[in-house]
Design a binder for this molecule. Structure first.
Ligand SMILES: O=C[C@H](O)[C@@H](O)CC(=O)C(=O)O
Ligand SMILES: [Zn+2]
Length: 274
């Protein structure tokens, strides 16, 4: 488990490209038959990835958690961002996850394992939890789709909300998938802030030779990160998080913080971005 400390917005102007990437970009999250995790002190969110190819791969506890099992005080969202199906087993219950299906795993679950033939890739997001909510799976059909944007602004997209106050209940985790329509490149424009929540984006569905130009930072002082598929960006509460791809793509957005109300966001006018 890699640990990342918090960054204040006043530190950003002093960071060069590599320093910015080492703080906010997460690369190499998906190892074959090995769960890799990053613990950010931004709302204590843990993100992880695994591409299982044979025997079940366990989610092991790690020293920074000081817990005898990973979910002793945490809840977990799992998204299959791969191309084929895989299985997540939670305390003996098997959950088949097709591509773009989501599993919420409640606090206190002792044993979580991932199984697949190399075509499933499980993205993990975990936040601290004070109560146990039931483990529950959902596919795109059960998520509430919201169609946003238009072709004229190159941001036609569908937002599927899975874990939130009107969907799968959780303590603080809010999670969904956004798919860009063919020919649309922009996500989240106008950009927004949510001071009460940290957010991570995990881009996927991008060909290896394509990239997303992700904008971050205070909205009046933006910086960019060039992001490949299966890489994640950590957005502290003060940072915008939006971007455009060199092709269409999808991403998992996940938040942790004060509330699970997806609508608690403050849009920032495009004309005020700097
Ligand atoms: O706080 C909400 C998140 O940033 C995303 O849901 C935004 C998003 O998927 C989009 O506009 O494309
Ligand atoms: Zn957001």
């Amino acid at each position: 488990m890699e640990v990342r400390h918090t960054t204040g917005p006043d530190q950003v102007p002093g960071l060069d490209t590599e320093a910015l990437r080492s703080r906010f970009l997460v690369q190499d999250l998906f190892g074959t038959d090995e769960v890799r995790t990053v613990y950010t002190h931004e709302d204590r969110m843990v993100i992880g990835g695994v591409r299982p190819s044979g025997a079940p791969v366990p989610l092991r506890t790690a020293d920074p958690l000081r817990a005898d099992h990973f979910l002793a005080r945490r809840e977990l969202g799992v998204v299959n961002v791969g191309s084929g199906p895989g299985t997540v087993t939670a305390d003996g219950s098997e959950h088949q996850l097709a591509a773009k299906e989501v599993l919420y795993v409640g606090r206190g679950t002792r044993e979580v394992t991932f199984t697949g033939d190399g075509s499933a890739a499980f993205y993990l997001v975990s936040t601290p939890a004070h109560a146990t909510h039931p483990t529950r799976k959902a596919g795109l059909a059960e998520a509430t789709p919201v169609h946003l944007g238009e072709q004229r602004t190159s941001n036609e997209r569908t937002i599927y909300k899975f874990i939130h106050s009107d969907g799968i209940p959780s303590c603080q985790l809010v999670l969904g998938i956004t798919e860009l329509a063919d020919g649309s490149m922009w996500n989240t424009m106008p950009a927004h802030l949510h001071d009460r929540r940290t957010e991570t984006y995990l881009y996927f569905g991008l060909d290896p030779e394509q990239r997303v130009v992700h904008l971050m930072g205070r909205p009046d002082q933006t910086r960019n990160l060039i992001v490949a598929g299966e890489q994640a960006v950590i957005s502290p509460s003060w940072s915008v998080h939006c971007g455009f791809g060199t092709s269409s793509y999808a991403f998992v957005w996940a938040m942790g913080g004060e509330n699970t109300d997806y609508t608690d966001v403050e849009p920032y006018p495009i004309t005020e971005l700097r």
